[in-house]
Write a protein that binds this ligand. Structure first.
Ligand code: ATP
Ligand code: MG
Length: 340
């Protein structure tokens, strides 16, 4: 029997480096990530623009070959052979930010949803399975949409169609890269609720990439915080968003506008993170507000020691040698204040 605590999708010491190009040095976009997605859980991956979220998501669905480390599905390493990738894609599906870009404008909704089944040679009961997938994403009655084209649907409906297409092969995991950021604010909540209902009704696990903390708060069971190609903190949504331990997570949370906490806002100082020039020691040290408050001998550790985050499933992990020195959050963030 499957072990419910065993991760369904996992990154182990995963690294993706984009090679140097003319005048542009190599970029270590993902630089040693350990991350485990549990069965039927929603894990939000958050972090500033350029920290490597999309690259990690693409590597975890097998679209990018890592330079180091491995992706594991159901405890087994992903084999990058044609058949290995094909089998993996039945279980792990990617949903992108822009549904209109993901859909072929000349393909009707029936055929768009059927695409994955066709590619996998599963033609038996095709139309029935397309109908079921559309129902699962709340497009009822499904026949009503079969002959329509993407431009005839709203952005929210288009994203539902993309998700329906991802569901036809009966995956266990969806990896969604900013799935609502291109949508009108009015429909974002509906699409987010859809991920929750897919988790509850189908037991689907989801890794949802976002730079929006409100989104993480509203849908995630756990949150992973990424900085310059590494996970710096991971834990339950309450642990990470209400009681952040890593100075970077704390700074991110303080940057969220909140009427009760405007004065206490920490502004992240220093250069924006650059994956072509990763600082030695703790990669966050040049911008770390906590380090600035430490005595010199303790602050020196940030230059000498590379903090590690052990692979984790159920409990919070923090990659900071001074995590225990972080003061408690001055103003607890109220769930209602973080909106999507
Ligand atoms: N194909 C590529 N070639 C070279 N560098 C790349 C490539 N794709 C991404 N990068 C670089 O890798 C780093 C991480 O990019 P990535 O798109 O993964 O970040 P992100 O966290 O998804 O950002 P955003 O929130 O803006 O979507 C960035 O510095 C980016 O410039
Ligand atoms: Mg991205």
């Amino acid at each position: 029997m499957a072990d419910p605590t065993e991760p369904v999708l996992e990154a182990r010491d995963l690294a993706v480096t984009f090679p140097a190009r003319r005048r542009q040095p190599a970029a270590r976009a993902v630089d040693g990530v350990n991350l485990a997605l549990g069965r039927g859980e929603v894990l939000a991956l958050i972090g500033e623009s350029g920290c490597g979220k999309s690259t990690l998501a693409r590597a975890m669905v097998g679209l990018i070959e890592p330079n180091r480390g491995e992706v594991r599905y159901a405890g087994k390493p992903l084999r990058r052979t044609r058949s290995g990738l094909r089998e993996f894609r039945r279980h792990v599906q990617l949903v992108l930010q822009d549904p209109y870009g993901a859909l072929n404008p000349r393909q009707n909704i029936h055929d768009a949803v059927a695409e994955g089944l066709r590619l996998h040679g599963q033609r038996a009961g095709l139309t029935r399975r397309v109908g079921e997938a559309l129902e699962q994403v709340g497009m009822r009655p499904p026949e009503h949409f079969f002959d329509r084209y993407p431009h005839q649907l709203s952005g929210g409906q288009q994203q539902r169609v993309v998700i329906a297409g991802a569901l036809t092969l009966g995956p266990e995991v969806l990896v969604a890269d900013e799935p609502v950021s291109s949508l009108d604010a009015s429909v974002r909540g509906e699409i987010l609720k859809l991920f929750l209902s897919l988790r509850d009704e189908l037991g689907l696990a989801a890794l949802v990439v976002s730079h929006d903390l409100g989104l993480a708060w509203n849908i995630a069971d756990r949150v992973a915080v990424m900085y310059l190609g590494r996970i710096v903190e991971v834990g339950t949504v309450e642990e990470v968003l209400l009681r952040p331990q890593h100075p970077y997570t704390r700074a991110l949370l303080d940057a969220v506008p909140s009427t009760s906490d405007l004065d206490a806002k920490t502004v992240l100082r220093g250069e924006p993170p650059d994956p072509t020039a990763i600082p030695a020691g703790c990669r966050f040290h040049p911008r770390c507000p906590l380090r600035a408050t430490l005595p010199e001998d303790r602050a020196q550790l940030c230059l000498n020691d590379v903090p590690v985050l052990a692979p984790a499933l159920d409990e919070r992990q923090v990659a900071c040698v001074h995590a225990d020195a972080a003061p408690p959050a001055a103003v607890p963030h109220d769930r209602a204040e973080v909106t999507t």
